[in-house]
Write a protein that binds this ligand. Structure first.
Ligand code: ADP
Ligand code: MG
Length: 254
């Protein structure tokens, strides 16, 4: 498999807490990888390290042939990897559509230098059109003018996906996209993700819901105490002794 993303020997500790230890992972174009593991196993930290929110202590990360482990988050977004957060926080005074449009500004670096120029107005028009289309796709049009901070937890997750998509990524990493989301909305999230994948987007999804994983993911990668202990098809998970041990609380032998 030629890898779109390669994580090689990545380690990360917080003080004496070794959260990621010698993590090696290849993700090919078009995959939908489910990232699983008990709470505290390092899933969010792995996403944070790949997307530049935490610096790896060791190892390297290559995306489309380019080393990215030292790049800050906004540069990584521009190389083509966007992400959502486990607990999205929203600015107090901005509406839903303003938050989505601001994400485009960050992603494409259209900033203050263009303010008030025809170029800025055109960029704003494009961002508004794109935000509108994505809000529609993720069912947020009815709340587009509400304060983003007033949304429900599930709606904030959807807005997080919209913001990530504003960057037009080729790879999207989602941190627990369905946790706390109303069951009625889950189906819409699944549909939206499958559509994105059909359009060529590679997805990495931190997820606990086995039903979701079996339905959506083409492969599962399991973390336990900072180690990858399994990489297999979703239907092979139930038979994996190390995975069962990790989830039963005993932890797997490394
Ligand atoms: P998961 O997403 O699998 O539940 P996390 O990656 O959030 O796990 O956390 C793994 C471990 O790293 C936990 O022990 C957590 O307390 C610790 N951790 C995560 N981020 C930080 C941080 N910024 N500072 C200190 N410890 C952290
Ligand atoms: Mg997490």
């Amino acid at each position: 498999m030629s890898a779109l993303l390669q994580v090689a020997s990545v380690a990360k500790a917080f003080g004496g807490n070794k959260v990621l230890q010698d993590v090696n992972l290849k993700i090919g174009a078009g995959e939908i990888v489910g990232l699983l593991g008990p709470n505290g196993s390092g899933k969010s930290t792995l996403l944070n390290t790949i997307t530049g929110f935490e610096a790896a202590d060791h190892g390297h990360i290559v995306y489309e042939g380019q080393r990215i482990e030292k790049l800050p988050p906004h540069r990584i977004v521009r190389t083509g990897i966007a992400r959502t957060f486990q607990l999205p926080s929203m600015p107090k005074k901005m509406s839903v559509i303003e938050v989505a449009m601001a994400a485009a500004t960050r992603a494409h670096g259209v900033g203050a230098t263009l303010l008030g120029t025809p170029g800025a107005r055109e960029a704003e028009r494009q961002a508004r059109n794109k935000a509108t289309a994505l809000l529609d796709q993720l069912l947020l049009m009815p709340v587009r003018d509400l304060a983003a901070s007033a949304l429900s937890g599930g709606q904030k997750k959807l807005l997080g996906i919209v913001c990530a998509l504003m960057a037009e990524p080729r790879m999207l990493m989602l941190d627990e996209p369905t946790a706390g989301v109303h069951p009625n909305l889950r189906r819409d999230i699944v549909n939206a993700l499958q559509k994105l994948n059909a359009g060529g987007m590679t997805l990495v999804i931190v997820e606990h819901d086995m039903h979701f994983i079996r339905e959506v993911c083409t492969r599962c990668v399991v973390l336990d105490r900072g180690h990858i202990i399994a990489s297999c098809r979703p239907d092979e998970l139930a038979a994996n002794e190390r995975v069962l041990q990790a989830y039963l609380g005993g932890g797997a032998a490394h």
